[in-house]
Design a binder for this molecule. Structure first.
Ligand code: SF4
Length: 260
């Protein structure tokens, strides 16, 4: 199975989620530096790139890179918190974005506020999803973090997701992997049993949706990560292992990791 390339192109973000485990201490590379990375991903014959951050829309050259990867036949998957997305921006990116993945953890504005996403988070994304479905060919995906905060609302969330023609609904168990999530562990942590119960609720109440249940080992094994400094990383046993940097790319080693 091929790993997905997950490119954390900036660590900057315009939301303040209390469970965030993004990279926090990295620089941001110039377009020229990131183009070196993209050229090597093209050489590696990567099939798709998941663009994320932080909030990747805060990186000024994101669309230039995405256009180039699209021209090279790579599928572009944009993960966004949607703060900077509106209808005009969706139409602007439609030609080179294949999928947009939104994070929806709850339909309840109070829960979203408590989690740090902001009270309007769900309402805004719902409007965007309605527009994308009606006016574009971009496929939709949803990611949800399952934690102590949103367990009670999970059935309602499942019913709502099932009404949308999402290509995939991916569930993650809260993991204090890095960053802020390590400090807020107590607020969000759930047992494996509670996570399993939430995933059963999701499958039962979203029968028309492809639900993907992610456990830590999937989270770690499925991805080749690139951080904002251009380090290529794999994660094992909740530890990040650096493979190489964009200044000394080891194509043979990366090829082995991508297709192991
Ligand atoms: S979880 Fe995502 S949207 Fe929230 S602060 Fe972290 S990077 Fe930003």
């Amino acid at each position: 199975m091929e790993r997905s390339v997950c490119w954390n192109i900036t660590c900057k973000c315009n939301e303040n989620c209390k469970f965030c485990f993004r990279f926090t201490d990295n620089n941001v590379l110039s377009f020229k530096e990131n183009k070196i990375i993209l050229d090597n991903l093209i050489k590696l014959n990567a099939k798709k790139i998941t663009w994320t951050g932080g909030e990747c829309l805060l990186y000024p050259h994101l669309f230039d890179l995405m256009k180039l990867s699209h021209e090279a036949g790579i599928e572009n998957i944009l993960i966004s918190n949607a703060v900077l997305l509106d209808k005009d921006k969706i139409l602007e990116i439609e030609d080179f974005v294949d999928y947009i993945t939104f994070s929806i953890d709850s339909t309840n504005s109070k829960v979203n506020e408590k989690m740090g996403r902001g009270a309007n988070h769900y309402k805004h994304i719902k409007e965007l999803m309605d527009f994308i479905r009606a006016k574009t060919n971009i496929k939709l995906r949803v990611n949800s973090l399952v934690s102590k905060m949103n367990l009670e609302d999970f059935e309602k969330l499942a019913r709502v997701i099932d009404k949308y023609d999402v290509e995939r609904w991916k569930l993650f168990k809260f993991t204090p992997l890095r960053g802020k999530a390590i400090e807020t562990d107590q607020l969000f942590d759930i047992t494996d049993q509670e996570y399993l119960e939430a995933t059963s609720i999701a499958q039962k109440h979203a029968p028309n949706t492809r639900v993907v249940i992610c456990i830590n080992t999937n989270l770690e094994d499925d991805y080749l990560l690139i951080n904002p400094s251009g380090d290529f990383i794999v994660t094992k046993d909740q530890k990040d292992e650096k493979i190489c940097n964009y200044k000394n790319i080891d194509l043979g080693k990366l090829e082995g990791i991508l297709r192991q």
